[in-house]
Design a protein around this ligand. Structure first.
Ligand code: PLP
Length: 392
């Protein structure tokens, strides 16, 4: 591998679409046929649409009637949160983790301005919510609980199933933002016991602009859009068959090789961490997130380099041809430290110098070895300057 080739380790921001997914979508972009039309072109589009729903439902442990296709994770989260919170008459509260993605945190902030009380438990340094602390915030007026399945920054897998067990006793619906979990770990909608679940195709090599919300049968969900009544009125608008087919194809490809992908990811993720730690020392590289494998996404590594200037680090990594991320992609460019790491209580000396490396289906060992070399030389290059700045 040439030293100037770029190494893409930012799949939690977006994962490039697989060529096979593009091929699967191609005929549906070119074909005429609205799935709502009754002529044969319409019926053919309808069959492809229904097949996509069936594939998704089978892999995610849902019924096809529970699948609502959306424009992505942001829309799916908004639909669930506003759709389940209902109209506010009398006191109403929502309980949420303090580490949600802006696609959940921002709708909750809007609910707060509309008069809802949003409660959030504290979270410990490992970035995993304590179910007891979370459930302790449930009250008679709690309308909804929301807990992401895996954190986008640390890859920490959250105890969603344990939470739904506590919430269901009280009749509280639970939404989970599973955008970073679907396509990385097995996800079973019914087994999780949640009311709604959001996912997004571009995180697992599907098309960007395509996502879904699973909505448990019998749930009343107030729609955000009004129009032609498509998708049972839950998300009206002419259905984009190609985007649904692309999502389903990408998910099916993940499902076929999920065991092998997860094993390879864990090996490569640990090789990356081990390589950097071995070269720089355990004091110079500190992992952010859980220690135990059961609570870790297989392809996400978040590490802090204490005392290193975060902006310089990101610039130098980019110049060295490494695409990684500081905080979430939507917040990149901003110099504010990550709200997730702040909520976890990550010490100040590595708040701004933490980097997320996230692997994809095509990440290979040679790239990881090359990445280790480049990361190590970037840190060695900027470390003395950071020390000098500290002394001046
Ligand atoms: N939720 C999480 C946890 C995410 O990481 C993201 C994207 O980064 C989203 C939601 C938003 O998904 P989309 O980009 O499909 O709108």
């Amino acid at each position: 591998m040439s030293s100037m080739s770029s190494i893409y380790l930012d799949h939690n921001a977006t994962a490039p679409m697989a060529p096979e997914v593009l091929e699967a979508m191609r005929p549906h972009w070119l074909a005429a046929g609205n799935p709502e039309s009754r002529h044969s072109a319409g019926r053919s589009a309808r069959r492809a649409w229904e097949r996509a729903k069936e594939t998704v439902a089978r892999i995610l442990g849902a019924d096809p009637s529970e699948v609502v296709f959306t424009s992505g994770g942001t829309e799916a989260n908004n639909l669930a949160l506003f759709g389940l919170a209902g109209r506010d008459c009398g006191p109403a509260s929502v309980v949420s983790s303090p580490i949600e993605h802006p696609a959940v945190a921002e709708p909750l902030a809007r609910l707060e301005t509309d008069g809802y009380i949003v409660k959030r438990p504290m979270i410990s340094l490992d970035g995993v919510v304590n179910v007891g602390d979370f459930a302790a915030l449930f009250q008679a007026e709690t309308r909804l609980a929301t807990l992401m399945l895996a954190n986008n920054e640390t890859g920490a897998i959250q105890p969603v199933k344990e939470l739904t067990e506590r919430a269901s006793v009280l009749g509280i619906p639970v939404h989970t933002d599973a955008v970073q979990a679907v396509g990385r770990i097995p996800v079973d909608f019914h087994a999780l016991g949640v009311t709604t679940l959001a996912a997004s195709a571009h995180k697992f090599h599907g098309p960007v602009g395509s996502g879904l919300l699973l909505v448990r049968k019998g749930t009343t969900l107030a729609p955000r859009l009004f129009g032609g009544g498509q998708q049972g009125g839950r998300r009206p608008g002419t259905s984009c068959v190609a985007l649904a087919v692309g999502l389903a194809e990408a998910l099916a490809r993940w499902h076929e090789e999920s065991g092998a992908r997860m094993t390879r990811w864990r090996t490569l993720r640990d090789r990356l961490e081990f390589g950097v730690v071995t070269n720089l020392g355990t004091d110079a590289v500190v992992r952010n997130g859980p220690l135990d494998e059961a609570h870790r996404l297989p392809q996400t590594l978040n590490v802090g380099f204490p005392g290193i200037d975060g902006d310089a680090l990101m610039i130098q990594l980019d110049l060295a041809g490494i695409a990684a991320s500081q905080g979430s992609a939507c917040a990149s460019g901003a110099t504010a430290p990550s709200p997730t790491l702040i909520a976890m209580g990550v010490p100040a000396d590595r708040l701004r110098s933490s980097v997320r490396f996230s692997l994809g289906a095509q990440t290979r060992e040679a790239e990881i070895d090359e990445a280790v070399e480049r990361i190590v030389s970037v840190i060695r290059c900027i470390a003395p300057k950071a020390v000098a700045t500290g002394l001046s």
